[in-house]
Design a protein around this ligand. Structure first.
Ligand SMILES: [Zn+2]
Length: 244
């Protein structure tokens, strides 16, 4: 039965109660994608897992395969608990929104190393950066859309296909429109430039810059797009005023 034991690193997306003393952790793992594992006795004060297995932590798990849907945690060793995130409500809000999005975007036991790596990197960034914290979750959403093959059209107008100045965001067309074709409200040119930066692979320079970005507008484009893609709301993030 040795092959029923396996080891993998994973980031805890969320946990929920099971019975009196136990919990189930939903984990995004490096090798197996998202999986669920029971943690026996975690809610008892003597549990060795209590302080280790919490959302937004990277953990080395030793698991036992009980069945396809549910594994059991045998051992868990913290690799990185992202202490700065846990100590700061603004960072934690962004982190929970990211975790919820990954949870909603992924199926159990369907590994995707790109998603795991991006999730790990975004938590590292959120844990160490000193500015533009509110850009991190929306930028993550845009990157995730891109990985899933559902990136926004940012180089030409979604209606006339002309490579011309873009002025408005068209949610249902998954991109931007020019002045002649626009059906939605205008968005700032700096917002469109920021979205283009993410899709052009210049995310880091956006996050490091001293930009004068309209954060709510950037958030709104990213969050409405990911919610439309998922067909579900991200409940962890406080909703920005609707502008598009
Ligand atoms: Zn046009």
């Amino acid at each position: 039965m040795a092959d029923r034991y396996f080891k993998t690193q994973g980031i805890v997306l969320r946990t929920y109660k099971l019975g009196e003393a136990d919990k189930i952790a939903v984990i995004y793992t490096q090798d197996y994608g998202k999986l669920r594992a029971t943690i026996k006795g975690i809610r008892k004060p003597t549990s060795k897992f209590g302080a280790v297995i919490e959302p937004a932590s990277l953990i080395e798990f030793y698991l036992y395969k009980t069945n396809r849907e549910l594994q059991k945690v045998i051992q868990a060793v913290s690799v990185d608990n992202f202490a700065t995130i846990k100590a700061d409500l603004d960072r934690l809000t962004e982190a929970f929104a990211i975790l919820e999005t990954v949870d909603k975007a992924s199926e159990d036991m369907n590994p995707d190393i790109e998603v795991f790596t991006m999730l790990h990197n975004v938590l590292k960034w959120l844990n160490t950066c000193n500015k533009n914290i509110r850009l991190i979750f929306p930028a993550f959403c845009l990157k995730l859309l891109s990985i899933e093959g559902a990136g926004l059209v940012t180089q030409y107008c979604v209606y006339c296909n002309q490579n011309t100045e873009l002025v408005a965001f068209e949610l249902n067309e998954h991109g931007f429109s020019c002045d002649k074709c626009k059906k939605s409200k205008r968005v700032a040119n700096s917002t469109i430039k920021a979205v283009q930066q993410v899709f052009n692979g210049n995310l880091r320079s956006l996050l490091e810059s001293d930009n004068q970005l309209d954060v709510k507008q950037f958030e709104s484009i990213a969050i409405t797009s990911i919610e439309q893609y998922l067909g579900a709301q991200i409940k962890s993030i406080k909703k920005s005023a609707t502008i598009v």
